[in-house]
Design a protein around this ligand. Structure first.
Ligand SMILES: *Cc1c(COP(=O)(O)O)cnc(C)c1O
Length: 483
């Protein structure tokens, strides 16, 4: 399989080249030149890993490479034999994607990405990432002790939660290098962008046979592993007799950068009989408005909410979606240029016509909190704030359109990653430390906290002193010298 850019650049990159580059040279995102179609029905009863190998093989080129990545990447990474669990309530199925090392769904892709990179290069790869908390940790867990790869993660020293701080400061692995910066997330991100454009640094590293790369969510190597759990979930429901193969299954996805829901869309395009797509936003409802009006408009206030991974105004994977809707790279390029230059773009009626199975909804902070409370009371099931937004959106969709088919809600994080918000949702007025909040929440909900979070307080802290933003380059050079 060859890869090309959503904006037209086409040099015949293979999977591993596309992964290593991240962004295409024309600024577009890599997509496979064509999508394979699968007879997914034939895969009923397969384990998660075997299914993953089947699905990744055409994208990666050979089954050997797919098997190597899946077996090594997913080894000892999840606490469940088949990585996910499905929980049924009276309203929906919840696909729990939080049984991995960092208790959130980004584990699925970030456990494989390092394997793809290991497979792709001679010499070494140095990954640079800026994180507001979650992605950087998941990336380090994936990269830890993978041969030939090192990862530096810059996070805002004062800007992460207690849990996130502990996750950084207790990180294991000789090849992982988390460091706090004296600044906020935007400073960290800007700093990393500057480093990527620094030709001297690149040249210097290249002379040492070190290749600079990133792990951000536009990487095609992050998108494809997410297709697998949609297929696995659908087939599991068929296996359990909850669905008959061919029945539509609606998806409700708490959305930020649009990677997760796009993976569901690809699963459908490749043959999975999915139903409607319900794209769930929080108060930052750019996507709801986009689906309702056809205008993607970033001119609006930015809200910090209790579902921080959805606090996004520019959802970068929408570009790939536009590509699949139009299959016209020139048009995608123009729309993206409008976004860059004017802060908005408008799709035509022809594209809108292709969105008949898409619905955009949004849930406010109050609605999400009420939903956490209600689901715990009625279904004895604990939702995290992101999943709660999705549940709010599902309720709105049912109200508008009736309950015609079954729905799968993607549960993207463990509630214990956000214990204070969840407690607040349940009516606790006091503030707690994260550790006390976890205990209290376990008590209230009778749901155990994942061990990977609970054990954070027992680990050794090996924090480095925070650095100034101006010293990020020196930090990278120092690590580069020691490789
Ligand atoms: C990243 C993230 C999301 C959003 O996923 P996208 O692929 O960016 O749309 C939702 N919930 C959680 C917990 C996340 O970490």
């Amino acid at each position: 399989m060859k890869y090309k850019s959503t904006r037209g650049y086409q040099a015949g990159e293979n999977f591993h080249q596309a992964v290593l580059q991240g962004l295409a040279p024309d600024g577009g995102l890599y997509v496979p030149e064509s999508l394979p179609s699968f007879s997914f029905k034939d895969y009923l009863g397969k384990s998660y890993r075997d299914l993953a190998i089947e699905i990744l093989t055409p994208f990666m080129g050979t089954e050997d490479l797919a098997r190597d990545a899946v077996i090594k990447g997913y080894k000892d990474y999840f606490s469940k034999e088949n990585l996910v669990e499905i929980h049924e309530t009276k309203d929906a199925y919840y696909l729990e994607l939080y049984h991995g090392r960092t208790a959130a769904f980004k584990d699925f892709a970030l456990a494989l990405l390092p394997q793809f990179m290991r497979q792709s290069v001679q010499g070494r790869v140095l990954i640079l990432t800026a994180t507001s908390g979650d992605t950087g940790k998941a990336a380090m867990e994936g990269f830890k002790n993978v041969e030939g790869v090192d990862i530096i993660v810059f996070y805002p020293h004062q800007g992460v939660s207690e849990i996130q701080y502990l996750q950084m400061a207790t990180q294991e692995g000789d090849n992982t290098h988390p460091v706090g910066i004296k600044g906020n997330f935007d400073d960290a991100q800007r700093g990393v962008k500057t480093l990527f454009m620094d030709q001297d640094l690149k040249e210097d590293l290249k002379n040492r046979e070190v290749h600079l790369s990133s792990a951000n969510s536009i990487n095609i190597g992050r998108l494809l592993p997410q297709v697998i759990y949609y297929v696995y979930a659908y087939l599991s429901l068929v296996d359990q007799g909850k669905l008959t193969y061919g029945d539509p299954l609606d998806l409700v996805v708490p959305t930020g950068n649009f990677g997760d829901i796009l993976a569901g869309y690809l699963a459908k395009k490749m043959g999975l009989p999915l139903g409607n797509f319900i794209c769930a936003s929080n108060q930052n409802a750019v996507l709801r408005d986009f689906f309702q009006t056809g205008t993607y408009d970033t001119h609006r206030p930015f809200y910090k909410t209790s579902s921080p991974s959805m606090d996004i105004l520019i959802s970068s994977n929408v570009e790939r979606f536009l590509y699949y809707l139009t299959e016209d790279t020139e048009r995608v390029k123009n729309l993206q240029e409008d976004l860059t230059n004017k802060g908005e773009f408008v799709i035509g009626e022809d594209i809108k016509d292709k969105l008949k199975d898409w619905y955009g909804y949004a849930g406010s902070e109050e609605e999400a909190f009420a939903s956490i409370r209600k689901v715990l009371e009625e279904d004895h099931y604990l939702l995290d704030p992101h999943t709660a937004v999705a549940k709010v959106c599902l309720d709105k969709y049912y109200k508008d359109h009736g309950k015609k088919s079954k729905a799968l809600v993607l549960s993207t994080a463990s509630p214990y990653k956000f214990p204070s918000s969840v407690l607040k949702a349940l009516g606790e007025e006091e503030t707690f430390s994260d550790q006390a909040a976890i205990e209290k929440l376990e008590d209230l909900s009778k749901t155990p906290c994942p061990q990977v979070l609970k054990s954070l307080w027992d680990k050794d802290l090996k924090e480095r002193p925070p650095i100034q933003v101006e010293d990020m380059k020196a930090f990278v050079e120092k690590i580069g010298e020691d490789l």
